[in-house]
Design a protein around this ligand. Structure first.
Ligand code: HEC
Ligand code: HEC
Length: 252
């Protein structure tokens, strides 16, 4: 194995050219390494029709609400982290090879279009490494979004006797997808082995712990739960207040 790794750089790029490996597009030599242009990539996004399936704010795409195509604003960074790849490389391989429910673009986009598109999608200058493109396996599909109504939230507030700030957090909790994996006072659907959170406040965790946990669960060893740092400080704080105040049903 070790010996085969020697010369992964230019030698394999040359081999790829000679053997015609990879895509129909010409493989680039290392001398042409220049990062892609995100503005061009935005055009590739449009012409390739990525927005038909994916929500992506920067592209003004809302995607389809049904199906497994991921909201790239929310899932791309955590999914890349789970695959232990940089966001650019992860996106590149997925777009190149496709996935469950996504066509492969490896033979339809040129090397330049890939660099431009991935620079746009990842938000960082990207140029594809020389040589063959390793596939990325399909990720576990995110569970279908489960939410609760304002009436349910009002019931929680009453039964659990939540203070005002906690009630705001309950509304966030009910709408952003926590109930897709967690249950709370009889609402929600358990998935990926996530615990019931009706008594989350009974374990003595601080508000800061809750904020950190929800924003970056991977830093506390949870790789099954998405990261929610993008919710912003205000919503994270109210979610923390909600969970810290949750001690189960106090009023029948
Ligand atoms: C027909 C719908 C569809 C189209 C069109 C589509 N995708 Fe996808 N995409 C998916 C699905 C479904 C997945 C999840 C695949 C998997 O994990 O196996 C996915 C996954 C991804 C991922 C990985 C996201 C993650 O967090 O796992 C990226 C990046 C991506 N697509 C970018 C693009 C780009 C860029 C285009 C346009 C060139 C595009 N997709 C076109 C359906 C689509
Ligand atoms: C895709 C599934 C999934 C989603 C969505 C999800 N979680 Fe989790 N969460 C988990 C899993 C699984 C665990 C348990 C991990 C473990 O035991 O190590 C967990 C654990 C937690 C814990 C720690 C509980 C404890 O006492 O240790 C908190 C707090 C939490 N989640 C809050 C939230 C909040 C708030 C949301 C929504 C913003 C959310 N989760 C969305 C899967 C999910």
């Amino acid at each position: 194995m070790r010996r085969r790794l020697v010369g992964v750089g230019s030698a394999s790029a040359v081999a790829a050219v000679i053997l015609g490996l990879g895509s129909g597009a010409p493989a680039r030599s290392s001398s042409t390494f220049a990062a892609g242009d995100p503005a061009q990539g935005a055009q590739v996004w449009i012409s390739a029709g990525c927005g038909a399936c994916h929500a992506f704010a920067k592209a003004g795409s809302t995607g389809q609400t049904a199906g497994d195509a991921r909201d790239l604003d929310r899932w791309l960074a955590p999914d890349a982290a789970r695959s232990r790849l940089s966001v650019g490389l992860f996106a590149y391989r997925r777009i190149y090879w496709g996935g469950r429910g996504m066509t492969a673009y490896g033979t339809t986009l040129s090397a330049q279009e890939f660099d431009d598109l991935v620079s746009f999608v990842s938000g960082r200058p990207f140029s594809a490494p020389a040589g063959a493109v390793a596939p990325v396996p399909s990720l576990p599909v995110s569970p279908p979004l489960v939410t609760a109504s304002a009436r349910t939230v009002a019931r929680w507030a009453k039964v659990a006797q939540l203070p005002k700030k906690a009630k705001q957090g309950a509304t966030v909790f009910a709408t952003v997808g926590c109930l897709s994996c967690h249950t709370y006072l009889g609402s929600g659907k358990r998935s990926r082995g996530a615990p019931d959170l009706s008594r989350a406040g009974g374990k003595g965790h601080s508000l800061a712990w809750f904020r950190r946990y929800i924003a970056r669960p991977t830093t506390l060893g949870n790789t099954l739960m998405p990261t929610y740092a993008d919710l912003g400080a205000g919503r994270l704080q109210s979610l923390a207040a909600f969970l810290a105040a949750s001690r189960g049903a106090r009023k029948p």
